[in-house]
Design a protein around this ligand. Structure first.
Ligand SMILES: Nc1nc2c(c(=O)[nH]1)N[C@H]1C(S)=C(S)[C@@H](COP(=O)(O)OP(=O)(O)OC[C@H]3O[C@@H](n4cnc5c(N)ncnc54)[C@H](O)[C@@H]3O)O[C@H]1N2
Ligand code: MOO
Length: 390
């Protein structure tokens, strides 16, 4: 049994950064940028009005001052002339500020009378002009690597960059094992249950940017497992679920070994998730998750999400942790690091009473894992602890 930190290092060492691909902007949100985005434009490309109103010369601004309206400058249609003393050009938000003008008086602050305007409020706290290049200039960059958020996509579009170079999605083959499992929607026999782990894990990995191939459930026979392993061909990462422990039918490790798996480790000093296994099989990384539903999900969060981040070129790091204050006492911990399902609100974390690794209702209710180091003593409410937000 190895400590969690060591297991994570070994798992991350199995993760190879995937290649890049080019995608249109429309498909870029959530992807990991692999090459910087470089602005091809000045934005705004001209001094632009920030308001609907009239472009004038600031020196002319005064209570009751009058102006001749000599033209209009709506967005997309510049006024070609020049604004002289006592003159104004009708302008709208986004319009090009005409030559000679250096101030936009908003329309609420004038009275219009035919082709004349009179200033009713000489408010000058802003000139209401967006300077050319005030947002970005040619050559300005969005640096890589970076997970693209909607704001990045909007910025890339404004920079006139229609395609982005991103990491391709790591392909994860997900293999549930067990004679007791049927698919959701099927009618289980009295001694069967419905497979849940693969669905939770698929959602988790896809949210991180993976492409998940869900393989057919393998039965607890060597032949069935071998056939299922063959279907994982071409994946970057094979994740098996169940059959990892010491029971007579827990044969995932054996079959993987027979197929040539180079084992990095088996068993981690953690709760839940002790029978975790990792290695390399047929050129791909392989992680064997324990079958208990909460164990599988917790290991997915603590090991496979960091692995996917690393494959996407985002660097090697553990699942993000935060500090929180204990909301109620917790008993001393044993020799395995314990990731207790917990609820955190306003910085106060409270572990659930029931911590059985089969309880999906508790997991669904939890929004954090309370981290208890190995052999940690009893802790009282009010003490500071570490959590992993879920
Ligand atoms: N004598 C010992 N028994 C067990 C040990 C041990 O050290 N000594 N470890 C326990 C721990 S810890 C865990 S975790 C489990 C893990 O066992 P396996 O990885 O072999 O998982 P299974 O036996 O196949 O299944 C465990 C449990 O989870 C259910 N399961 C499996 N796959 C799914 C799925 N895709 N969806 C929903 N539920 C699933 C399965 O029906 C079992 O109830 O071993 C302990 N035993
Ligand atoms: O440690 Mo197991 O992973 O109890 O559920």
């Amino acid at each position: 049994m190895i400590p969690v930190r060591e297991a994570l290092e070994k798992v991350l060492a199995l993760a190879e950064v995937v290649e890049t691909e080019t995608v249109p902007l429309q498909a870029a949100a959530g992807r990991v940028l692999a090459e910087p985005i470089v602005a091809r434009r000045l934005q705004p490309p001209f001094a632009a009005s920030a308001m609907d109103g009239y472009a004038i010369r600031r020196d002319d601004l005064a209570q009751d001052a009058g102006f001749d309206v000599i033209g209009a400058a709506p967005a997309g249609c510049a006024f070609e002339g020049s604004v002289g003393p006592g003159q104004a050009v009708r302008i709208f938000t986004g319009g090009v500020v005409p030559e000679g003008a250096d101030f936009i008086v908003i329309q609420e602050n004038v009275r219009r009378d035919g082709d004349r305007i009179i200033i009713t409020d000489p408010d000058a706290h802003s000139d209401n002009i967006r300077p050319a290049g005030g947002d970005f200039r040619p050559g300005d960059r969005i640096e890589a690597p970076r997970r693209l958020v909607p704001g990045d996509v909007a910025l890339a579009a404004a920079m006139n960059v229609p395609e982005l170079v991103v990491r391709r999605r790591p392909v994860v083959a997900l293999l549930a094992t067990g004679d007791e499992l049927v698919m959701p929607g099927e009618v289980p026999k009295p001694d069967q249950i419905v497979a849940s782990n693969s669905f939770g894990l698929k959602a988790m990995f896809e949210a991180e940017g993976a492409e998940v191939r869900m393989l057919p459930i393998a039965r607890d026979t060597e032949a069935s497992l071998r056939a299922a392993f063959a279907l994982a061909e071409g994946a970057d990462l094979l994740v098996t679920i169940g059959g990892a422990s010491v029971g007579d039918l827990d044969i995932v490790g054996k079959v993987a070994g027979d197929l040539g798996m180079e084992r990095a480790f088996y068993k981690v000093a953690m709760r839940p998730g002790k029978p975790l296994m990792a290695g390399r099989l047929n050129g791909a990384a392989m992680i064997g998750l324990p079958g208990n539903p909460v164990s599988a999900m917790v290991c997915g969060h603590l090991f496979i999400l960091p692995m996917l981040c690393s494959m996407l070129g985002l660097g090697r790091a553990q699942a993000p942790r935060q500090k929180a204050v204990l909301g109620s006492d917790v008993a001393a911990n044993g020799p395995r690091e314990h990731y207790m399902r917990a609820k955190v609100k306003d910085g106060i974390v409270t572990a659930f009473e029931r911590q059985d690794s089969a309880l999906l209702t508790i997991l669904a209710d939890a929004n954090a894992l309370l981290v208890r180091p190995a052999e940690d003593g009893p802790r009282q409410a009010g003490e500071e602890v570490e959590i992993v937000p879920l």
